[in-house]
Design a protein around this ligand. Structure first.
Ligand code: GDP
Ligand code: GDP
Length: 449
């Protein structure tokens, strides 16, 4: 596994390096002291800024009572830390303004190959303004106004550091979940007589009904594991999760409501991907849409199979009709895969399973924060957020907070006023342009502190 990106914090004593270190590490690890010259060791910790992990190094420890030796030792410390880092935060105290020692440090840093992010700390309140203005003259780019103590400006710091800490080769912990050969947890749902039992039997290539521990006696869920011989010549593991289709035929006479309340819903709970089986001889009914909607609400990936294709009439008009009705009926997700199959003959089943694996991949997908924000900047530029009451909503950046299903957090000011239509614009963009396909994507809005 690749090493975590490293960020060093450098600057003269007492500007607030340890305070920022503590905030990024999230623990009271480092000693903070008001008196300059407290000797400390160089500290390292695992930091996290809005969900992006990295290693942080605090270079405090070069402090010395002796003003004659300070600059020399400080230079060695600073240069070593900066050289080993992917980026460095150069911190000054905005209340104190730019001091001669700050200027000296800036001079060392200007010659470094490591990207430097200039931070003006203690920037809460007006007393910091002159210091921030002065800092432009350090020749290290635009300063970021920060209050390490109060946690203000962390969003700007994040944006500035992002290009250096967001490394696509770095994953916090390798998850087995990302293994494409991990078993696919699949549930098959649909109205009675849609063909669920027939489909299960066709998958398992057996004529017997899999009933598990006596159907009707236990209501516990059952599952069956098997290997799908995929067309590309690989065996891929699938776990079929209990539905009425795995039970005895007698049970199928259950009323629809009863099915929805128990079997279907429980199967959906355990599944990653849900196949909703439609009966092509009956078309799409309201109950089908309700099941589909429930699956998406629960954050599961959905694939729809149009069964009994072998006896379907007017095939192309039928297919397009169902496709159109789905697009209209499933407002939350566009482009859910629709595949014509015949459970009885086996037609289309490889395509169905292929789509199920593909959808599971999209559902488990993680995009790097860098890629995400480059996309985001363009999306906002192309279609800026509205200005309710003449005041602009400022959208700053976005991170992917989770997978399975994918969840994103969007940071900005006045985000509570962002209209649903704009949120949908972003969600649709994420789906289409970042490879999430038709999986349910969640967006949370947050105002950074
Ligand atoms: P270091 O020597 O650079 O590591 O600085 P410290 O983190 O030890 O902080 C030095 C002093 O500045 C401490 O008294 C902190 O409480 C204070 N300090 C740190 N950050 C801020 C800030 O954002 N605002 C204000 N007003 N004080 C801060
Ligand atoms: P379930 O209630 O969803 O489990 O549905 P079944 O698997 O019991 O199927 C209901 C009826 O549809 C049975 O008579 C099946 O033989 C028939 N059926 C299922 N799949 C197909 C298919 O692909 N083509 C045709 N022609 N009939 C099918």
């Amino acid at each position: 596994m690749a090493q975590a990106p490293v960020v060093a914090i450098v600057g003269r004593p007492n500007v607030g390096k340890s305070t920022l270190f503590n905030r990024l590490v999230g623990k009271r690890l480092a000693l903070v002291d008001d008196r300059p010259g407290v000797t400390r060791d160089r500290r390292e910790g695992d930091a996290d800024l809005l969900g992006v992990p990295f290693r942080i190094v605090d270079t405090a420890g070069f402090e010395s009572d002796d003003p004659q030796t300070l600059p020399g030792r400080m230079r060695a410390q600073t240069e070593a830390a900066v050289a080993q880092a992917d980026a460095a935060i150069f911190m000054i105290d905005a209340r104190a303004g730019v001091t001669p020692l700050d200027e000296t440090v800036a001079q060392w840093l200007r010659g470094s190959d490591t990207p430097i992010v200039l931070v003006c700390n203690k920037a809460e309140g007006r007393a910091a303004e002159p210091g921030i203005m002065e800092s432009f003259a350090l020749g290290l780019g635009d300063p970021i106004a920060l209050s390490a103590e109060h946690g203000e400006g962390m969003g700007d710091l994040f944006t500035a550091l992002l290009p250096y800490i967001d490394r696509e080769d770095f994953e916090e912990e390798p998850e087995d979940e990302d293994d494409p050969d991990r078993i696919l947890k699949l549930a098959i749902v649909g109205r009675p007589n849609a063909g669920k039992s027939t489909l299960v039997n066709q998958f398992l290539q057996e004529e017997r009904m899999i009933t598990g521990p006596e159907a009707g006696i236990t209501r516990d869920s059952i599952a069956v594991d098997w290997m799908w011989p995929s067309p590309e010549g690989r065996f891929r593991p699938v776990r079929l999760i209990d539905t009425a289709g795995l039970r005895k035929k007698a049970k199928v006479e259950d009323k629809l409501e009863k099915l929805s309340a128990s079997d279907t819903m429980r199967a959906v709970d355990f599944a990653e991907v849900v196949v909703l089986l439609l009966d092509a001889t009956r078309g799409l009914e309201a109950q089908d849409l309700r099941i589909a909607d429930h699956v998406l609400q629960e954050g599961r990936a959905l694939v729809i199979a149009l069964n009994k294709w072998d006896v379907a009439e007017g095939q192309s008009a039928l297919f397009n009709g169902v496709k159109g009705a789905l697009e209209e009926g499933l407002s939350q997700v566009k482009g859910v895969p629709l595949i014509a199959v015949s459970a009885a003959t086996g037609k289309g089943l490889d395509q169905l399973l292929g789509a199920a694996f593909e959808t599971r991949d999209a559902w488990s997908r993680r995009v790097s924060t860098g890629v995400l924000n480059r996309w985001f900047e363009k999306a906002v530029e192309k279609n800026p957020p509205p200005a309710p009451g003449g005041k602009r909503i400022k959208l700053r950046f976005i991170t992917q907070a989770k997978t399975r299903p994918p969840g994103f957090v969007l940071f900005g000011t006045r985000v509570d006023e962002l209209p649903m239509s704009y949120q949908r614009y972003l969600i649709n963009g994420i789906r289409k342009e970042l490879g999430f396909g038709a999986v349910p994507v969640r967006l949370t809005l947050r105002a950074p502190k």
